[in-house]
Every structure is written in structure tokens, then in C-alpha cells.
Design a protein around this ligand. Structure first.
Ligand SMILES: *Cc1c(COP(=O)(O)O)cnc(C)c1O
Length: 241
């Protein structure tokens, strides 16, 4: 558990370096500690080391874990949200990073209306244009943005992306800058703020910050490896919920 405090310190130092290097204010960058697959005790160790925001990718797991921790902890949802889990998820999370289809957005809007809440959401973009990846294709999103912005219950605060896995952090840079460009274009075209850019994971969060990330989602570099490997794949794609 001491290791977690050390890891956090090291991640924070790297965040500070990247912010300095790119002339950005630390106040504009939030570290989201991705605690999926890790037990509540590890979250508590991170909390004790000053971390406040945590990310989960499965509703079932979060429902079990969140009650074990103090009520002031802030939780973000970063996985693939299934429509039949929306109602359970709404009260648990302060931000949904990964709205990845019109159908999901509509259904969230409908259930949020019934529940009397206004969820904050980000739209997940398929920046690499890979057929297998989840998220909105940019052209499609541009065409549908008006429709999404018109959903009265959703507070759309920005964009999120997961670039293809690569051994080199630099390989992600072009995807991060593409996401930022898309955000800038959409903000201008649709006269909205879209202030959040959720991008960067353990391997590439420094590069993401240089390219404008406001939320970095870091799991392994804080909590250590997730095992078994099978679980890791499932939690990234959300296929196991
Ligand atoms: C698991 C996960 C992360 C964290 O990945 P690490 O490489 O462990 O930092 C970030 N974002 C999403 C969407 C994830 O599912």
C-alpha cells in the first residue's frame, strides 16, 4: 500500500513536469485514478495519499466498491455503459467519460429526466478510425452534434479518446492533437464550451497533457498491474459487464 503513495507521487511529478513544459496550469489538469479490478483497500491507500477522483469501468464492480469507501470520494465512469445499467449508474458517478452512441445518449437523457438529474458527460471519439474500436467517428459526430446538444438533460462537457495501444507514448500524440482540434472546431461551430479533454493513460499521459488533456485516466502507474490479462481486456472494452 505504501507503493501506491509512492506511485501517486511519481505520477503527480510527471504531470507537473508536462504542465510546465507546455506552459499549462496544473489547476486545469485532473488526475483520475482508474481503480477498476483493484480492491477498496487500494483505493483507500490512494485516498490517504491525497487522491480524490477515481474511475471505474463496470457498474457492477463500482456498486460493490463505492459503499466501502467514504461518501465524499468522487467517482467517474470510464467504461462502456450498457443501457440497462444507466439507472444504477447515474447516482454513483459525477462524470461519464464514454458516451459512445446516439442511442446511449438518448437513453441516458430519458432516464435522467425520470430521475430528475442532469448528468455530466463526455463524448467518446474513435480518433484512429479503426473499425473495431468504440466511439463516434468524427464525421458522424459532427453531423449529429446538434442532436446531441439538444438533449436537455445531458451536460456535454467535452470529448474523450483511447488511442490504439502502442509501445511508444509519442505514437499517441497525433491522436491527442486530433481530439483537441476536433474539440476546438466543435466548440466554434456549435458555440459550446466543451472544456474537457479526457485523454492519456499510464503509458502516455505526459504527452496527452502536452496536447491539452484536462483529465488523465491513470490506472497501472498508480495501482500496479491488473491481473489476469483477460480481465484487463474485458475492462477496457467493457465487454464483461
Ligand atoms: C483501464 C482504463 C484506463 C487506465 O489504463 P492504464 O493503462 O492502466 O493507466 C484508462 N482509461 C480507460 C477508459 C480504461 O478503461
Amino acid at each position: 500500500m505504501e507503493q501506491i503513495a509512492e506511485n501517486l507521487e511519481s505520477v503527480r511529478a510527471k504531470i507537473a513536469d508536462a504542465a510546465k513544459k507546455s506552459g499549462r496550469s496544473l489547476a486545469d489538469i485532473e488526475l483520475v485514478a482508474i481503480s477498476k479490478t483493484h480492491e477498496a483497500e487500494k483505493v483507500r491507500a490512494a485516498l490517504d495519499a491525497g487522491q480524490q477522483v477515481f474511475g471505474e469501468s463496470r457498474v457492477q464492480e463500482a456498486r460493490a466498491k463505492i459503499p466501502l469507501l467514504p461518501s465524499g470520494v468522487r467517482w467517474h465512469f470510464v467504461g462502456r455503459l450498457q443501457k440497462n445499467k444507466i439507472r444504477q449508474a447515474l447516482p454513483l458517478f459525477e462524470l461519464f467519460h464514454s458516451v459512445d452512441s446516439i442511442e446511449l445518449a438518448r437513453e441516458m437523457n430519458r432516464i435522467a429526466e425520470e430521475e430528475g438529474v442532469h448528468p455530466r458527460v463526455l463524448l467518446e471519439v474513435n480518433v484512429a478510425g479503426e473499425g473495431s474500436k468504440i466511439g463516434f467517428a468524427l464525421d458522424f459526430l459532427r453531423a449529429e452534434m446538434e442532436t446531441l446538444l439538444a438533449l436537455p438533460r445531458l451536460s456535454i462537457e467535452g470529448l474523450m479518446a483511447i488511442p490504439p495501444l502502442a509501445p511508444e507514448a509519442e505514437a499517441s500524440r497525433k491522436y491527442f492533437s486530433a481530439l483537441r482540434d476536433a474539440r476546438d472546431q466543435f466548440a466554434a461551430q456549435f458555440q459550446v464550451k466543451l472544456q474537457q479533454l479526457s485523454m492519456g493513460m499510464s503509458g502516455d499521459f505526459a504527452v496527452a497533457i502536452e496536447e491539452g488533456a484536462t483529465l488523465v485516466r491513470v490506472g497501472t502507474a498508480i495501482f500496479g498491474k491488473r491481473t489476469p490479462a483477460r480481465l484487463r481486456q474485458e475492462t477496457i472494452t467493457g465487454s464483461a459487464d
